[in-house]
Design a protein around this ligand. Structure first.
Ligand SMILES: NC(=O)c1ccc[n+]([C@@H]2O[C@H](COP(=O)([O-])OP(=O)(O)OC[C@H]3O[C@@H](n4cnc5c(N)ncnc54)[C@H](OP(=O)(O)O)[C@@H]3O)[C@@H](O)[C@H]2O)c1
Length: 253
């Protein structure tokens, strides 16, 4: 089975490509560097020839509201049109748990637009909704910086290791299309503010996290349910302590 991974050089894409190859699949890691660009359309028709499954794990280089919408709409349109011509049988995409509850945020409006294009494309699909990756904690902390403090919502949060995300994506990619959404999350539920503080402490960053329930998460206010999956989500095995201990990080002590 020929599988093309769009965004195959990224955090999730590169891990997913290795896992699929370990399962003996024929996999092409596609990205602008390898001559496949979903924004310009360059290389798409060629790479999709004789392809059965396409996995889209690309991400926008900019998270600014209009840039990210432009990225996911244009990329989605070009990719799905090229898949229809090539006769692709299964489109797999990675999106975010709570996307529909985060529509105050420009990033999540763009992810919703991406999902809507997939649902109306006529191509069989599986959308995986993941919670936030542990690897994303650093960006979450940076986005909450207010002077010397970090203002973060205490809303419940259930982050996952990128390794667990890639494993789940590999299974979905090798399975049948579900024409719906499945959710994946990490093994522990914790307050977002508390985990960011634990992360900063471990990094030797002395800044204090202020738990502020009005602090916005990429433009959206959070409640008890926004970021956490429903019952029935697939749960990864790697917890925060295990993930952190496996990172090659320079600590600022
Ligand atoms: N961060 C989170 O916590 C989280 C949680 C749930 C879901 N997600 C979703 O997970 C997905 C993957 O995220 P990630 O962190 O693995 O992304 P990433 O590491 O930033 O990688 C993005 C990939 O997209 C490629 N790309 C960029 N522009 C492209 C274009 N015009 N055409 C083709 N490929 C292009 C990049 O190629 P180059 O290397 O050549 O630039 C790279 O391979 C995203 O859709 C995101 O919404 C993220």
């Amino acid at each position: 089975m020929k599988i093309v991974v769009i965004g195959g050089s990224g955090l999730i894409g590169s891990k997913l490509v290795s896992k699929l190859r370990q399962h003996g699949q024929e996999v092409i890691a596609a990205s602008p560097d390898s001559g496949v660009n979903t924004i310009t359309g360059e290389g798409l028709a060629e790479v999709l020839t004789d392809t059965q499954v396409v996995v889209d794990v690309a991400n926008s280089p900019s998270f600014e509201d209009s840039a990210v919408m432009e990225f996911f709409e244009t990329s989605g349109r070009h990719l799905l049109a090229a898949e229809a011509v090539a006769g692709v049988k299964h489109h797999v995409a990675l999106s975010v748990v709570g996307t529909d509850r985060l529509q105050e945020s420009g990033y999540f409006r763009a992810k919703q637009a991406q999902e809507n294009l997939i649902k109306k494309s006529g191509i069989s699909y599986s959308i995986v909704h993941s919670t936030q990756f542990f690897e994303f904690l650093r960006s979450i902390a940076a986005a909450g910086a207010v002077g010397e403090e970090i203002h973060i919502s205490p809303a419940p949060f259930q982050p996952i290791a990128s390794e667990d995300v890639a494993a789940a994506m590999a299974e979905v990619t090798m399975g049948k299309p579900i024409n719906g959404i499945i959710e994946i999350a990490g093994p522990e539920r914790i307050s977002l503010a508390e985990l960011v503080q634990r992360y900063l402490n471990k990094m030797g960053d002395t800044r204090k996290v202020v738990a502020d329930r009005h602090a916005r998460y990429y433009g959206a206010e959070l409640n008890e349910h926004t970021l956490v999956p429903e019952n029935g989500a697939r749960i990864g095995s790697i917890d925060f302590e295990t993930w952190f201990s496996n990172q090659k990080i320079v600590i600022n002590h």
